[in-house]
Design a protein around this ligand. Structure first.
Ligand code: SF4
Ligand code: FE
Length: 493
């Protein structure tokens, strides 16, 4: 099948019977729901991107499994060039959408599962790798979006999966049958889960042998029986329900999405199971997936950062302050921080290596350094953007006020709109509406609905800061560094 366009992708979602709940109710037509739709548009951008001649070199690749043309989002990386191009594609999509376009979690899960299943089979003689290849060929040929699902609710962080009072707090095998397994549990903050055709579920952490029922990886369609999702609300999300909502949204077309995905006794046929009890491989799968996704942030967040920096520069111009030296310096600082993140994304890609299965893995230490920086720099970029924009981004009246023709009964007899347009004027020649738009964009990305994707996701997505610090400690080779120091300093013990 040919690659889908964005429109075809949106239409393809309509045939799914995905069960979605929001605000305490079932959402029947979730594809057209005004709160959900911007996040669907954002995934659709990954399809239109591949359809756009300007970007297709970056977005369309040849499958090593079939020789067919596929979207890079379904690719198994074949070289360090592929790894770098992945980051470049993510930066470009961040620039286009200024949001989380969600499809990377699947791409990262494919690559981690591909290499890990190969190594499990080598040890145990299982056939997970062949099963997984069949699944992936179907994904590639049908150009599907897949939710790479890792994070479990985890309940009491002081207890192991099997030590929890409620056994469902980590996804687990409830029953083994001849033809498959029954699983229960949930995955939390699942990026793009509702917008995905299917899910690739992985364990959330390294597992001990006692937790072998929790060492499970599988794929299943979004509308599998027993599977449902509860939408994660975002700051200011109900603005999207307002009449003629536009300027106040800041980013009308695109947005990100997270949900709680619940598996209530879901049947998974054997051919879709890729890990079942080989607990020592859970850690490998987690580490590889997390490594890829930490690399991803050196692309997507940089692209969004480009838009934030551009908006801050525009806000300065619209305020007539662009010539001030401190403004120029703040824009330099923002650019320096943003490009440092990009350097990390490219570096961990350039230092990648071939796995035993043949696809390419990023350098784990550098990918963790990348993500650790992402937990900090976007916060500083946003702080500087707020500094440049001024308080107006949070104190401005609404779009409805600016457009209101209700006369206020004072001597001048002006309307609400006229008063707003009079007093929120900026630099000469700048339209008040454009000034509003850039302020609302900055409000949205710094502390509104889009802040989920730029700030908090920078902190906690792909693992919270401490998870990277543990990996940096493991990969940092302090013993090797001590040996350097001893040699240079002439120390003989
Ligand atoms: Fe892709 Fe970035 Fe969203 Fe992760 S956070 S899915 S890397 S856009
Ligand atoms: Fe993410």
């Amino acid at each position: 099948m040919a690659l889908m366009t964005g429109e075809q992708y949106i239409e393809s979602l309509r045939s799914l019977k995905t069960q979605v709940y929001m605000f305490g109710e079932k959402v029947e037509n979730w594809v057209d729901h005004p709160i959900i739709r911007p996040s669907i548009n954002c995934v659709a951008a990954t399809y239109d991107f591949a359809d756009n001649p300007e970007y297709s070199d970056l977005a369309v690749v040849t499958s090593n499994l079939t020789g067919n043309k596929i979207n890079r989002f379904t690719n198994l990386h074949q070289s360090t060039e592929d790894l770098k191009n992945k980051v470049k594609m993510q930066r470009a999509l961040g620039q286009i959408t200024a949001s989380c376009f969600q499809r990377c979690v699947g791409m990262d899960a494919f690559n981690a599962t591909f290499s890990t299943t190969y190594e499990i089979d080598k040890k145990y003689g299982t056939d997970y790798h062949e099963r997984f290849k069949k699944f992936l060929i179907d994904v590639q040929d049908n150009d599907l979006t897949v939710d790479g699902a890792m994070t479990d609710p985890k309940g009491n962080r002081g207890a192991s999966p099997s030590g929890q009072e409620d056994p469902d707090l980590f996804v687990r095998i409830v029953e083994e049958r001849e033809d498959g397994i029954i699983v229960s549990g949930a995955k939390v903050h699942q990026t793009g889960s509702i917008n995905s055709h299917s899910h690739l579920v992985m364990p959330t952490q390294a597992m001990a042998e006692a937790d072998s029922k929790y060492a499970v990886a599988f794929s299943c369609p979004s509308d599998a029986e027993g599977l449902f999702m509860i939408y994660g609300r975002q700051s200011c999300d109900t603005r999207k329900l307002e009449k003629d909502a536009d300027v106040d949204l800041g980013n009308k077309k695109y947005g990100g999405q997270e949900a709680l995905v619940v598996f209530d006794n879901v049947f998974i046929p054997n051919e879709n199971v890729y890990l079942k009890g080989e607990s020592e491989f859970a850690g490998m799968l987690v580490e590889r997936f997390a490594g890829y996704h930490r690399q991803s942030y050196g692309g997507c967040k940089v692209g969004v950062g480009d838009v934030v920096i551009g908006a801050a520069a525009l806000a300065a111009e619209y305020n007539g302050a662009q010539k001030a030296s401190h403004i120029k310096d703040k824009l330099i600082e923002m650019t320096h921080l943003n490009e440092t993140l990009y350097c990390c994304g490219i570096a961990c890609s350039a230092e990648g290596y071939a796995t035993e299965a043949g696809n390419y893995q990023i350098d784990l230490l550098l990918a963790n350094v990348c993500k650790q920086n992402v937990t900090r720099f976007p916060y500083e970029i946003v702080r500087l953007a707020e500094d440049i924009a001024g308080g107006l981004m949070v104190t401005m009246p609404s779009q409805a006020d600016f457009r209101s023709d209700l006369k206020i009964p004072t001597e001048s007899g002006k309307t609400i709109g006229e008063w707003c347009n009079k007093f929120f004027v900026g630099a000469p020649g700048v339209s008040v509406e454009n000034r509003m738009r850039v302020m609302r964009f900055l409000e949205n990305i710094c502390l509104g609905a889009a802040a989920v994707g730029y700030r908090t996701e920078s902190m906690h997505g792909a693992g919270s800061p401490q998870a990277q610090r543990i990996m940096i400690q493991r990969q940092g080779n302090i013993e090797g560094k001590k040996a350097f120091a001893k040699k240079v300093a002439g120390i003989v013990e």
